[in-house]
Design a binder for this molecule. Structure first.
Ligand SMILES: Cc1ncc(COP(=O)(O)O)c(C=O)c1O
Length: 512
């Protein structure tokens, strides 16, 4: 295997900054001198904002080589642009578009054209994309701090170990590490994941059935493309995970909301609403957001339904690693004798979400279909972090980190539950605190969670409202409260702040 050493290149790159060459065309066959053509092109790009103030421009030598002309006209043009204040030279760093330019440009020379030109005529886009919510404007989506959901305890992550592994795999990559990889993902990582899933989650799997993907999100997307046609009826949990719904909306499916109770998805209602649904999207270990764990009888009912109606079950096992006060619950996939379950897992909750790495366990007869779809999307998962993750798992760091997180999240969760009880008594009803990194506190009747959440955000309290997780009319209003990223010692203060907000909203009184 060939290995590359490029430390010397990195060192050189640091010393000699280099700039992109702008799109400049010169023509030797026209009367206009070359230096003038260069000058005019640069000036036009600066005025038209194609080059922005402070941006570096290539050296005269590099530009001359790239354009295949002598250096003299380039030197002449640069000298003039410098003299007129379009360029500025910085000793030892190179030449830059002048950073104080915008104020100096005559207003008549500005062309405030939207990027991509003037928008005229009809501009059709797919109807399905129009139905998707655009942007993520709600303040709680961007907020970072107490009660935000999906944020693990970053401060506990073993960065030293991780960065050593990154360096190990960056320094001397093999040719195969740089090439396109297997569309299922790296075999070593699939193998490590199988060991973990068989042992810790009771999943039945072989590495040939595992596909490494860009988080659960991509797994949902690929599963929808393989299993579902437009207009296909699909069961979704009500309330449920909004990003599953986005995927299904984009696929043009007909979503059938099936209510969730303390035993998880109500299969009997699903059958009554649409027995012939093609698939059911469920999170049986820790339903999102209400947190129920699907009972054994519901699991068997769901598997029976899938077998008898020829349907699929997509199991989102996003945070089942964390259970408090009860034994771990094996996956639904592990109970399935009919190969009807597509199992999805993620490293977002156990490592960090920007890793964008998850996995799916696919029924063996469908692997080819999943591979065909994956190859149409992004071919394969980037190699570097697969290699890092493989060593992280094989060398025991993953198991150690998980053990630590379980303890710490257990403390955080207990602190949150105790403080909520102390401050609010039975005025806020708690749901789903037995597992995961969030719980739900539902509000008494008559309050609007989104309105309260907007006002709380002004005080930097990030409360995810419950009502948008319903496809139909919300049965409950409340907040999804994350506790993964807040230290146990800080929780009493944050609950006190929450009380301040809820007293102001007249949800509770000071005496509660
Ligand atoms: C229900 C559910 N599934 C999956 C995920 C994780 O998604 P991803 O792996 O794409 O980061 C989340 C994250 O919050 C979630 O709430």
């Amino acid at each position: 295997v060939r290995r590359f050493r490029y430390d010397h290149l990195v060192a050189r790159m640091r010393k000699v900054p280099s700039a992109f060459s702008p799109v400049i065309a010169v023509d030797r066959n026209i009367a206009k001198p070359l230096y003038r053509q260069l000058y005019d092109s640069y000036r036009a790009m600066i005025v038209g904002r194609g080059l922005h103030p402070g941006q570096q421009i290539p050296s005269t030598r590099n530009l001359a080589i790239e354009l295949g002309i002598s250096r003299i006209p380039v030197l002449t043009a640069y000298a003039q642009l410098l003299a007129e204040g379009y360029f500025e030279a910085r000793a030892g760093s190179g030449t830059f578009v002048c950073s104080t330019l915008p104020e100096q440009l005559a207003p008549t020379e500005r062309r405030d054209v939207p990027s991509g030109g003037v928008r005229r005529g009809s501009r059709p886009v797919a109807r399905r994309t129009k139905d998707l919510p655009t942007g993520v404007n709600s303040p709680w989506v961007k907020g970072f701090g107490a009660f935000t959901i999906s944020h693990p305890a970053y401060e506990l992550f073993p960065f030293q170990v991780w960065s050593n592994l990154v360096m190990r795999h960056c320094r001397n990559p093999s040719t195969s590490a740089l090439n396109y990889g297997d569309s299922l993902g790296s075999e070593e990582l699939r193998d490590a994941i199988c060991t973990y899933l068989r042992t810790a989650r009771g999943v039945r799997c072989d590495p040939q059935q595992v596909m490494i993907v860009a988080g659960s999100q991509q797994a949902l997307e690929i599963s929808a493309r393989v299993l579902l046609d437009p207009e296909t009826p699909v069961w979704v949990e009500e309330p449920g995970y909004w990003l599953t719904r986005r995927v299904l909306a984009l696929a043009g499916c007909r979503m059938i909301p099936v209510p969730v109770d303390s035993e998880g998805l109500n299969v009997a209602v699903g059958i009554k609403r649409c027995r012939k649904a093609r698939a059911a999207y469920v999170a049986p270990s820790h339903q999102f957001p209400l947190g129920a764990t699907m009972s054994a009888s519901r699991r068997l009912q769901l598997l029976d339904w899938a077998q008898s109606s020829g349907s699929w079950i997509v199991e989102d096992d996003y945070d089942s690693e964390y259970r408090y006060g009860s034994m771990p619950i094996a996956s639904l996939q592990g109970l399935d004798s009919g190969s009807r379950v597509i199992y999805i897992g993620t490293f977002s909750k156990v490592l960090f979400p920007s890793l964008r790495t998850g996995y799916m366990v696919i029924p063996p007869d469908l692997v080819d279909r999943f591979l065909a779809v994956r190859q149409a999307l992004d071919l394969t998962h980037p190699h570097l972090y697969q290699a890092v993750l493989t060593d992280f798992m094989r060398e025991g760091h993953f198991a150690r980190h998980l053990r630590r997180l379980r303890l710490v999240y257990g403390e955080r969760r207990t602190a949150l539950v105790d403080n909520l009880h102390q401050q609010f008594g039975s005025r806020l009803e708690l749901h789903g605190a037995q597992a995961g990194m969030h719980l739900v506190a539902s509000l008494p009747k008559g309050f609007n969670d989104q309105e309260i959440a907007k006002r709380a955000a002004l005080k930097k309290l990030w409360l995810w409202p419950l009502s948008p997780t319903y496809l139909g009319k919300p049965l409950r209003q409340g907040f999804i409260l994350g506790f993964g990223s807040t230290k146990a010692a800080e929780i009493p203060d944050h609950v006190q702040r929450l009380k301040g907000v809820l007293v102001a909203e007249r949800v509770v009184t000071e005496q509660n």
